[in-house]
Design a protein around this ligand. Structure first.
Ligand code: GUN
Length: 296
């Protein structure tokens, strides 16, 4: 019975990437345009290396150009800003992503501010943040966009539903709340300091967990039948000595007994992020070349 409660993000992401691949081929054939994504990695953080490698691989699989750069861990802020300026000016680059976190000598806000907003496929630039907050489009951050797609596919119209977002980061919590507001939900942003967090969560028809604390949200915090989207990716010790495993911010085994639908970790939100990045790159390439944006 629990099987159909699982929201299969991996399958949805594969389907989305297939649609992006198809539209990329069409735009190439009709307009002679190949979308290009530049993912910039500074340093050798192992998790970031894995993410960027996957991004580059999936960019090529979608038929796009992967134009990324890898810079040394001691790269200065000025040199990274010069790289961003070079990519801003390159007409073959339609999307720029600078992988976070950055080494301590670099102020991430200075880098985000330097990215040309039309190429900001992460949606982190103040212009895109402002466009989202005022309901005027722009580039939408990939992880919240993926969560919204999963919700709409499972629930259809979200109008009038109570949504609780646990987490207030600029990458997930805040843009997620804006998207849900735009979809006519009644939105609460909660966080680790919220008073009586379990009671706040129990009001949620839609619960988004994005706090970054392993299995913090318990089964009895979930309103019966609620839809739970778990954005957390936390590495914890596995039962087998010396091994680790990935868990979300939600205690899945308990939560699945209460929820109407829930994303697993891994295989839920995670695969959606890169699929949405490719989607944003395609959208950015079309906008920059005055081509009608495909509806994906
Ligand atoms: N690090 C973790 N998530 C992200 C993301 O969505 N974009 C970038 N640029 N860095 C990240």
């Amino acid at each position: 019975m629990n099987a159909d409660r699982r929201i299969d993000g991996r399958a949805f992401a594969e389907n989305l990437r297939a649609r992006v691949t198809e539209e990329t081929a069409r735009i190439k054939a009709e307009h002679g345009l190949t979308p290009g994504l530049a993912a910039v990695l500074v340093g050798e953080d192992p998790a970031s290396q894995v993410y960027v490698r996957n991004k580059n691989k999936q960019t090529i699989e979608a038929g796009m150009n992967s134009l990324g750069e890898t810079l040394a861990v001691d790269t200065s802020e000025a040199d990274l800003l010069a790289t961003v300026e070079k990519l801003n000016a390159d007409p073959a680059v339609h999307g720029i992503l600078v992988q976070l976190p950055l080494p301590d000598q670099i102020n991430p806000n200075a880098v985000i501010d330097a990215i040309e907003p039309a190429k900001d496929v992460d949606g982190f630039h103040l212009r895109n943040v402002g466009l989202l907050a005022t309901g005027r489009g722009g580039m939408v951050p990939c992880t919240p966009l993926g969560c919204e797609m999963l919700l709409k596919e499972r629930l259809g119209d979200l109008t009038g539903l109570n949504a609780v977002v646990v987490g207030r980061s600029n990458i997930v919590g805040k843009p997620m709340a804006q998207l849900l507001l735009g979809a006519n939900c009644t939105v609460t942003i909660a966080h680790s300091r919220t008073a009586d967090l379990p009671a706040v969560c129990r009001e949620a028809d839609i619960l988004i967990a994005a706090v970054g604390r392993a299995q913090m949200i318990k089964g009895d915090w979930i309103k019966p039948g609620a839809t739970v989207i778990d954005v957390g990716i936390n590495r914890v010790p596995a039962e087998e000595e010396g091994k680790t495993r990935l868990v979300g911010d939600v205690a899945f085994d308990e939560a699945v007994e209460h929820a109407g639908a829930i994303t697993p970790v891994p295989g839920g939100v995670g695969p959606m992020t890169i699929a949405c990045l490719l989607r944003n790159t395609l959208v950015a390439a079309c906008r920059q070349n005055n081509i009608d944006v495909p509806d994906i």
